[in-house]
Design a protein around this ligand. Structure first.
Ligand code: SF4
Length: 371
């Protein structure tokens, strides 16, 4: 039976962070969030693309800052999903959250209404770095982290690493690990050209610092019992993000909301980055992405190699009906950072975890003829 995921894009934040290139607007008025929720529910209720024979094992509220929605908004959206989809009994339902909206009572109520996984954006505990990357409010306190991690649900924390030479993230991660989060994301800062930070970032020795920081953070988390299951993601056993694994493994997911992307039956669809249009049309403006036939191979290898399991020929065959091109396999043999194993007659290519740090170079050398 086909298994899919659902992504809900909530593109609102209290303020735009200086490093952020995602589609999100610095707006949080109740009337706007209510209208947006109505449009989201309407898109779900009227969705003609839902495969009634499929099940859904993950729902993900991402953004933006989904915790800006009221509890009632979140519950209404979940109700629409429950009416239209067959959710598995162990369906993972994640809410990305910002410490500024955290309250133990509130989050307990959300757990009672179906949310069973939270992902909190801590980013940094260092006040200087907090200001440098333009985060709103103050850095998170350890009391708040302790309270958050006592919620009866899977709870993860997100950090940004490699922000600025001389300002390591490792001490923050060491502090937070004491409270035993189930999942840790540690994303190396990427300086995107259309962000405020790009204009004033201190890039002196940044490459060397980022490489060192990446290796130190990865080794520390592995030594503390976390599986390094994706380039930037670490989890204790059983706490891998089911939803994000769907993106990395080329599984189907349906994205709702302005700027959201979907992938199902081998095709990609998207909504324009336009909240007003989305509200006006009540979500009825989904568009198909026109892709070249070779794009599927590039996408699958690009995302699959981010994971410790790598990219499988079985998956590629499931979507395209083909085996891996021989040119790809030849290139794998020529790259010592890669390995290829055969499972049930299907090849599986993966980056040896110690070489994750060189992902960008490896992927370019591997995919050059296919891009
Ligand atoms: S909270 Fe997240 S989505 Fe919002 S501006 Fe900051 S980085 Fe971007």
């Amino acid at each position: 039976m086909n298994d899919s995921g659902i992504y809900l894009h909530i593109p609102f934040c209290v303020k735009k962070c200086s490093y952020c290139a995602f589609y999100s607007l610095p707006k949080s008025e109740k009337t706007l969030l209510d209208s947006y929720t109505d449009a989201l529910c309407s898109e779900i209720n009227n969705d003609n693309y839902i495969d009634s024979s499929a099940v859904c094992s993950s729902v993900y509220f991402g953004g933006g800052t989904p915790s800006l929605l009221s509890d009632d908004n979140i519950i209404n959206i979940l109700e629409s999903i429950n009416n239209r989809y067959r959710l598995t009994n162990d369906c993972e339902i994640t809410l990305e959250c910002n410490p500024a909206q955290y309250e133990f009572k509130r989050f307990s109520r959300l757990v009672q209404n179906g949310i069973n996984r939270f992902s909190m954006g801590i980013q940094t505990l260092n006040p200087q770095l907090h200001d440098y990357i333009g985060r709103t409010g103050k850095p998170v306190s350890c009391d708040l982290i302790e309270s958050y991690l006592s919620i009866p649900a899977l709870c993860g924390v997100d950090f940004i690493t490699g922000i600025r030479d001389g300002y390591p993230a490792l001490p923050d991660i060491e502090r937070v690990i004491q409270y035993k989060p189930d999942h840790v994301s540690a994303y190396l800062l990427t300086l995107e050209s259309d962000t405020a930070l790009f204009k004033y970032a201190d890039t002196k020795c940044l490459d060397i610092f980022q490489r060192k920081e990446y290796l130190e953070v990865s080794n520390f988390l592995k030594d503390n019992g976390y599986d390094h299951y994706e380039i930037s993601n670490f989890a204790i056993k059983g706490a891998y993000s089911k939803h994000n694994l769907k993106y990395w493994n080329g599984c189907d997911y349906r994205g709702y909301g302005a700027g959201a992307h979907s992938y199902f039956r081998g095709e990609r669809y998207f909504h324009d980055d336009d909240v007003c249009l989305y509200i006006d049309k009540k979500g009825a403006n989904l568009r198909k992405d026109n892709r070249k036939p070779g794009d599927i191979l590039v996408e699958l290898v690009f995302t699959g190699l981010r994971t410790s399991k790598g990219v499988s020929e079985y998956n590629y065959n499931r979507i395209t009906g083909k085996k891996f091109p021989e040119e790809l396999c030849k290139r794998v043999q020529g790259l010592s950072e890669l390995d290829c194993v055969v499972d049930n007659g299907w090849r599986r290519i993966y980056i040896k975890p110690v070489n994750f740090v060189d992902y960008d170079t490896i992927i370019y050398q591997l995919l050059e003829p296919f891009i």
